[in-house]
Design a protein around this ligand. Sequence first.
Ligand SMILES: [Zn+2]
Ligand SMILES: [Zn+2]
Length: 391
Amino acid sequence: METAVMVGSAVITGFLYYRLRKLDTNYHRYLDQIKDAPHLSIDQNLQSIVSEAPDNTIPYAVIEGSVEAIDKTLKSEHALGVMGVLEMLIRREHKMFLWRDTTRVISTIRHSVPFVIKDNNAGVKVDDPLSATGLEIPIIHDSFETSMSLLQFIVSYVIGKETKGFQTTEKMLSEGTVLTGIGKLSTSTGTLVLSPPSSADRPYILSDIGFSGISSKFQSNLKLKDFLFISASITVLLFARWLYNALYHGTFKCAKNNKCTVCKYIKESHFLYGTYFCRTIGRITCETSNVIYLITCRICEQQYVGETGRTLYERIKEHQYSVNAHLNDAVGRHFSDCDASIADDMIVQGIESLGPCTAKFRRSKEEGWIRYLNTLAHGINRRHAVGNRNK
Ligand SMILES: [Zn+2]
Ligand SMILES: [Zn+2]
């Protein structure tokens, strides 16, 4: 039982590790490739360095410089006087119904003009900039229009009816922005070009956060994965422990099952009879000793809390005798008064398995349970001074 839960949680943890490791390897590979890429400064010598490389190509390199359009620039549609080389216009529809706002992108328009990354009076043309990752193009304009009047808007907001509006966001990469580019450098046509690398292990990156910013971003992604893995494993282990505890604790019949003259009274459960929340503490069978136990009369559902340092089997045998012989102790008397048959109406359960302990400790535990289950005022237990204490 314990082994099954532990093996199960180990399998789940292993599976999680495998899944996250798979995601991890991409970041590891990217990070290794980025760290290994040579840093080349853009200047008059760069052209000859690249043309001396095989195929006039350096497969993966890092360059840095400021953005400059090759001939014409883009003019912002909304922000006056802003010029740039990359522009994104995003139009979103906002709908609100029953006070829930939903947003839907209606259109995304991208414009770009050819540009170079420039430094020391030399430049590298950037190919296909929109396919690069890592570029956070700054927002230069953001507006919201609605066809509704202000009054209509307020009224429909109050009653939760549909409202509508459009948000327009304009992003622009402006000239002069310092960019770090990581990609394939080639000069086959005579001009230096930065373009997407041929290998899938090498991400094409354009970013304005600098080289150290780029690598720490990849590193923090790795840390996030580690964190996810650790927290997922802890969750699995806690759940396994909870499940194990939930299934381990309880009252169970011994191997002889109903042929055992005591186990035929035992009700197997993780909970005490008549409760849905009060759990048995420990794993209790008729062979358990140093135990607090519970007898329930099925006729009236009144209960008796007892303790014994011997096995539960021996102690229940005594109760069986006193009921059958109509003795005047608490349990014997109750079953007579209730006209209950021991075979049909006695339910035995373990409350708490104490392990090796003194009689004094057992009795204090018994007192606690009598008070907790209230079996003195509303149950079968009698005043503590009365009765045979020599159990
Ligand atoms: Zn038994
Ligand atoms: Zn009864």
